[in-house]
Ligand binder design. Sequence first.
Ligand code: MN
Length: 196
Amino acid sequence: MFVWDAQGERNGVRLKSRFFDGDAADRLEDRVERTLCFLPGTSARLLWREQDRRNLRWGSVVAQSDGVYAVGDGLLNLEYKSRGKRPIDRQNWVGEVRLKDMLQCLIMTVVVAQSLSRPCAAVLRYHNAGILLVPQQRLLDTVIGLAPQACAYYGSVDVAATDLAKFAEPRVEKDFAWRDEAQSRAGVEAHSHLFR
Ligand SMILES: [Mn+2]
């Protein structure tokens, strides 16, 4: 059975992660094995990738996914963030995931699922980690509900998933607050040290 290495929670999203050797994965010949190396032995089929320039649109939201796969009866939308191949820290991984990356991946996944009328899993791929994103419905409603305001803000009739993610980020930080306990403790200590 498939087992995740770690689980966590961030800003209204449940995260399940699998870590691997990113450099070794880069050397794999097969495209599916390379990109989905955190799902060893997967039967996933790549449907299209960013290079195929397939723009999907749902309402006013436009998305161009990095990779969309057929897996079983459903789909998988993969968003890759290379971060200059810097690995995600296995101890502090929940705090290292960027909120904007999560939102972008989730928005694109909604657009893919709606356009193709099939369930679609949202997966964020970093150099050494594959992270499944399981959002609260209320979070998706909040983010997608901001699309008209984002269009007005950017002065356009439609909005790209990346721009909507940027626009929605402060609202999500406020409504789905998450605190990096280690970092805030360090901040408190730094303040009392400076003002001692
Ligand atoms: Mn990408």
